[in-house]
Design a protein around this ligand. Structure first.
Ligand code: AHG
Ligand code: MN
Ligand code: MN
Length: 354
C-alpha cells in the first residue's frame, strides 16, 4: 500500500530540513489547508446554500464581489487572525493591509491571498481557486506594516493555490519543489498525489483571452502567431485553452506544459499593465512556476524581481515553459519599445510614502 502522505506530514518532513524551524510555519500551512476544506465544501454546494451570485458591493478594483468571494475572504481571515503566526494579512478584496486584531498576539509571517480566483465562473459551475503567498516579517516592532507586505517575489517563504474543480487540490512550494495534494473528502485530508511537479516538455497549450486581440501590441500578436505555428519554425502548433480562471488555466499548463499570458497593452497608455494582480496572483504563481522549472515574466523580466510599490499593483504575466516565455520577451523587446517604456515607468515607480 503506497504511503498515505497528508499535507501535515509532508510539511513536517520538509520542516526537518530547517533545524531552526519552530513549527509555526508548518501550522500556518495547515491553517490554510483547513480554510481550503471549508471553502471547498461551500463551493461544491454553492447552488444549494444560496451562496451563488453577486453581492451589492464592489472591491478596490471596482469589480462586483461575488458572495463566494466574500465567504472565502472571511474564512481565510477567521482561520488566521488569532493563531499568533501572522503579523498582518492582505487580501485582493481589501483596500489596505489587514491588521491582526490587537487582542491577539502577532507572529513572524505575512499572508497575502486572492480568496477566490475566477469568480466570474462561480455561477456557471466552472473551476475556481484560491491563491496564497507567505512573506517573512522584516519590519521592526510586533505588528506588521506595509513594508512587510510589499516585498519582491524573490523573498517569498511559500506560495500555493487551491483549485476547486472535479477534485479539490492544493499545490504549494516552500522553495523545495512543487507538490500537489488531492482532498479525500471521505477522510477530510489532503493526500500527496503529485510530488515534485515539473512543467513537462513539449508544451501542449497556450492560454490567452483571444477576445482582447484588438488591443494587443505587435510583439504579443507575433508571439501568438508563433505559438500557433504560423510564424517561425520549430515547434508543433499549440492548442488554445482558456477557461478564464487563472488558477485552472495555470494548473493545466503546469501539469501538461504550455504558456498562460495576460499581456499589458496601450489602449490606455497610462494603464499599460493588464489585469493580473502582482501581490495576489502573479508573485505566487511566478514562484511556483520557477520552482517547477518554468518561468514567469511581465514581458520585460522575471516577475519575482519586481519591487512592489503599491498593494494593488498590476503586472502583465507570461508564465509556463521557460523557452516559450523567453520567446515572448524577445518579440516584445523587438517590436514593443513604446509599451516597454510606458510599463517600465509604472513598474519601477517609487512607493508613495503613506
Ligand atoms: P478574480 O476572480 O480573482 O478577479 O480573477 C479573475 C482573473 C483570472 O482568474 C482570470 O485569468 C482572468 O481574470 C480572466 O480575465 P478576462 O475575463 O479579462 O479574460
Ligand atoms: Mn484572481
Ligand atoms: Mn479573486
Amino acid at each position: 500500500m503506497t504511503a498515505l502522505v497528508t499535507i501535515e506530514r509532508h510539511i513536517l518532513d520538509q520542516q526537518k530540513r530547517y533545524p531552526q524551524a519552530t513549527g509555526s510555519f508548518t501550522s500556518l500551512l495547515y491553517d490554510i489547508a483547513l480554510a481550503a476544506k471549508i471553502i471547498a465544501r461551500e463551493t461544491t454546494r454553492a447552488g444549494l446554500a444560496g451562496i451563488l451570485g453577486a453581492t451589492d458591493s464592489e472591491n478596490v478594483y471596482g469589480e462586483r464581489q461575488q458572495k463566494l468571494d466574500v465567504f472565502a475572504d472571511n474564512i481565510i481571515f477567521k482561520m488566521n487572525d488569532h493563531t499568533q503566526r501572522l503579523c498582518a494579512m492582505a487580501s485582493e478584496e481589501h483596500d489596505d493591509i489587514i491588521a491582526i486584531p490587537p487582542h491577539y498576539g502577532a507572529g513572524k509571517y505575512v499572508l497575502l491571498y486572492d480568496p477566490l480566483d475566477g469568480s466570474s465562473n462561480i455561477d456557471v459551475n466552472v473551476s475556481v481557486g484560491t491563491i496564497f503567498a507567505i512573506h517573512r516579517k522584516i519590519s521592526r516592532g510586533a505588528r506588521g506594516r506595509i513594508e512587510d507586505v510589499l516585498q519582491p517575489g524573490s523573498s517569498l517563504a511559500a506560495a500555493g493555490y487551491v483549485i476547486y474543480g472535479s477534485s479539490t487540490m492544493l499545490v504549494y512550494t516552500t522553495g523545495q519543489g512543487v507538490h500537489g495534494f488531492t482532498l479525500d473528502p471521505s477522510v477530510g485530508e489532503f493526500l500527496l498525489s503529485h510530488p515534485d511537479i515539473r512543467i513537462p516538455e513539449p508544451p501542449v497549450y497556450y492560454s490567452v483571452n483571444q477576445g482582447h486581440e484588438k488591443y494587443w501590441t505587435h510583439g504579443v500578436r507575433r508571439f501568438t502567431r508563433w505559438l500557433q505555428g504560423i510564424d517561425g519554425e520549430g515547434q508543433a502548433p499549440l492548442s488554445q485553452r482558456y477557461i478564464g480562471s487563472l488558477v485552472t488555466d495555470f494548473h493545466r499548463n503546469l501539469l501538461q506544459g504550455g504558456v498562460f499570458y495576460y499581456p499589458g497593452d496601450m489602449r490606455s497608455p497610462d494603464k499599460p499593465y493588464g489585469k493580473m494582480r502582482l501581490m495576489f496572483e502573479v508573485q505566487a504563481l511566478g514562484f511556483i512556476a520557477d520552482q517547477a522549472g518554468g518561468y514567469a515574466s511581465d514581458g520585460i523580466g522575471s516577475v519575482l524581481t519586481i519591487q512592489p510599490h503599491h498593494l494593488h499593483q498590476r503586472a502583465p504575466m507570461f508564465v509556463g515553459n521557460r523557452w516559450l516565455v523567453e520567446q515572448a520577451e524577445a518579440f516584445i523587446h523587438q517590436h514593443d519599445q513604446d509599451w516597454v517604456k510606458a510599463y517600465g515607468a509604472y513598474r519601477d515607480a517609487k512607493r508613495q510614502p503613506v
